[in-house]
Design a protein around this ligand. Sequence first.
Ligand code: ASP
Length: 583
Amino acid sequence: MTMSAWQRPWCGSLRREDLGRNVELVGWVRRSRDLGGLVFADLRDRSGLVQLVFESEMLAAGEGLSQQDVILVRGTVRERAEGQANPDLPTGEVEVRVTEMELLSHAETPPFLVEDDTNASEELRLEYRYLDLRRPVMLENLMLRHRVVAETRRYFDEMEFVEVETPILTRSTPEGARDFLVPSRIHKGSFYALPQSPQLFKQLLQVAGLGRYVQIARCFRDEDLRADRQPEFTQVDVEASFVTEEDIFVLIEGLFARVFPLVGIEPPETFPRMAYAEAMERFGSDRPDTRFGLELVELAPLCEGCGFRVLESAAAEGRVKGLVLPGGAGLSRRELDALTEFVKPYGAAGVLWFKRSAEGVASPAKKALGEEGVLRFLEAAGAGEGDLLLVVGGPRKVVLAALGALRLHLAAERGLVPEDRHDFLWVTDFPLLEWSEEDGRFYAMHHPFTAPRPEDVEKLGSDPGAVRARAYDVVMDGVELGGGSIRIHDPEVQRRMFATLGIGEEEARARFGFLLEAFRYGVPPHGGIALGLDRMVMLMAGRDSIRDVIAFPKTTSASCLLTGAPSGVDPAQLEELGLKPSE
Ligand code: ASP
């Protein structure tokens, strides 16, 4: 008798309570062991595995099995023989004596071992992604992702949010990345852009009166990829009317309190907050990892007239900061040189070191500063015996970036990051605008719809760099999980914002006219946030690449090794679109 698929037990679900039960199971053969007169095979599905026994009249069927064959078996659950129980396996006390078997599909030898501990390169895993996903650890990642999404939807539903889908074929949305463009066949020479985020639509939904919007939304950004970036990624996108920053904080803290316990992480009821300026000065980052010390210390006041030219001029023209590595005085010359190499890509000339040990102090600056002078720096930085002080001087941006990166590098290298601790943090008071030396103009730090703090609006004309935004980021363990803001809803402020960004009336009308027009017909004050779902699940799964929690990701060079996308197209298709093949 065949069982309904929905009543069939999962392989990994069988326990001692099931002893004597007749069951029908389906799954993949993990491996079989032929003991002569008896064959053991593990049958696996996404829930785990159970041991099958083939003996007597079923022996031949068991002997013919290959790894990854798909089979259906019927049999009886029985206790494993004396001493054969496997305490590491949830099904380890039982086995299924097979009485009937059907080979549903034979599997050829897979190109790599379909086990958690595989020997395959990531390229091979991506090419045969379905086999890679069949590995238990990967199936678990997908199932965790599903649970996070399901809980997120439940939470927002309880909070009376409405999920609305927004267009994928749309106009450019300014999130600061390059757009993916889709040529229009009907309107030759015109293009749709894929949304970098649903930003403008979620604001329009507030004008429409929806009040509380959420969407598990796919976003597309054509930018250079890293371990935590993909050309398409998923956001938990949120927007609500008549809210303040505090309302958004409470909403997201409530969400995290529901989602993170799925993996045993209990976030605090309310998250600490840190202003952007403080995060930059103390940690050299706007997404500080606060789980360990190594905080940046200010050394400029010591540099003036100190006698060491390099420090004197760095302090006069820029900044001088340092960090103390406890117990670092033992670092070798080679290790110290490597730190200088490490900071160079951040634009820093090098790292100046100061050591304090039982034998006294040491530093390349000792000749110029004298023993006293070196000690003054060590004291000011709080370096004790056995400690190492590392100093970087130069332009503010360079010093903060170099030390911020050095701090993370040293903590990782020396095992200073506590594995079982998780820190959640709101970073607030971001600057509204960011000056680009390269382009000689301001850019919106977040996006151009972010509201300035009301008390700073006047500075939009006089001192744009000093205007603070009503923007916030939520950070976990040094990873930015999401960001958002209270939006501009006053057309006049929006106009001034565009003007500061060098977007004239005409350009504003051409690009965002539909939003400005909407704001004329009754716009509620509103704000929101977007969370990076991939990053969130990555942290929850304890992985360090978002590729591990995306079913079909792209490589760092933005290609899909499974399907071969992107690929060339038929010249006829190009012609239909009014495009010419490139030479
Ligand atoms: N649209 C923004 C982003 O994708 C998030 C927000 O402001 O709500 O970063």
